[in-house]
Design a protein around this ligand. Sequence first.
Ligand SMILES: Cc1cc2nc3c(=O)[nH]c(=O)nc-3n(C[C@H](O)[C@H](O)[C@H](O)COP(=O)(O)OP(=O)(O)OC[C@H]3O[C@@H](n4cnc5c(N)ncnc54)[C@H](O)[C@@H]3O)c2cc1C
Length: 281
Amino acid sequence: MGLKEWVVLPLAKKWIAGAELDAAVQDAKRANSKGVGVVVNFLGEEIRDPAAADASAEEYLRLQQALSDNRIDGYVSVKLTQLGLGADDEGMLSRLRKIASNAERLSQLLWIDMEGSAFIDRTLETYMALLKEHRGVGVALQSYTRRSWADLNRILDAGGKVRLVKGAYKESPEVVYATKAEVRASFEKLMEELFRRGDGFAIATHDGSLVDRANALSQNSKAQYHFELLKGIRDDLKLELTKSGHKVYEYLPYGDRWWAYSKRRISEHPSNIWLLLRSLV
Ligand SMILES: Cc1cc2nc3c(=O)[nH]c(=O)nc-3n(C[C@H](O)[C@H](O)[C@H](O)COP(=O)(O)OP(=O)(O)OC[C@H]3O[C@@H](n4cnc5c(N)ncnc54)[C@H](O)[C@@H]3O)c2cc1C
């Protein structure tokens, strides 16, 4: 075990179901037993080798089947660069189509994560193309990007589904809003539009005041929506929302490529370093 594994792995286990598919299924059952659905992600990104991208796609097909066999309330979420986006775009589309067809066959939704800004255009182009073939597909949109208002309207015009998040990647100020207040205000504006003319969308945040705002907006909207929160973060809020009758899904990553994901969780909340140190003593 290297230093990175030894130091960060104990903390990463808080956010990640485990290395194997079976660990994700067990965690999914635990979440379902509390009334919480799951969005399962097989960890991996920026895969350039077509054989490795094929292996990721195969894992997703197995995962979808396992969710169905175990009657799990949940579905998968993929990153397009783990299917070859940026290295083998044609191959990526064919892998994604297989996963989308499998989702449809199993009556599951399929979500697409949004990655760094270099991939936004191609992710949205791919999403729009797939939406013409499969209606049960949704895509994440990041409120920190300045372009997200235009993107949201394009997706809503096409009848698409959105998972609204703040955004997790390091980006330049030309691309993203500089302050937390601006990112929050953008989230609120996008959320208002979702409640005005979206349907089947996900509000994915641990920010209690935005959750309250969503619930207030829902009073004057007929839209179907649900909340999504990450595994290991704000379990109190998940429980509170479920108890008050809201549908909550937990984003559940698994696999051994946990480093990039963990770095994002630590950098958005540096106090996790203290949790890490506490877990080591
Ligand atoms: C279901 C789901 C899917 C996501 N998918 C994507 C995606 O596809 N693309 C993308 O760029 N980003 C994605 N994200 C991540 C998102 O962009 C944010 O980085 C992340 O959710 C933190 O933002 P926040 O809205 O929770 O607000 P913040 O202001 O960061 O946090 C609000 C509060 O939540 C708690 N909290 C938040 N993060 C942590 C943490 N790491 N550790 C401990 N406590 C924490 C704290 O109490 C904090 O005060 C996703 C998030 C969720 C919940």
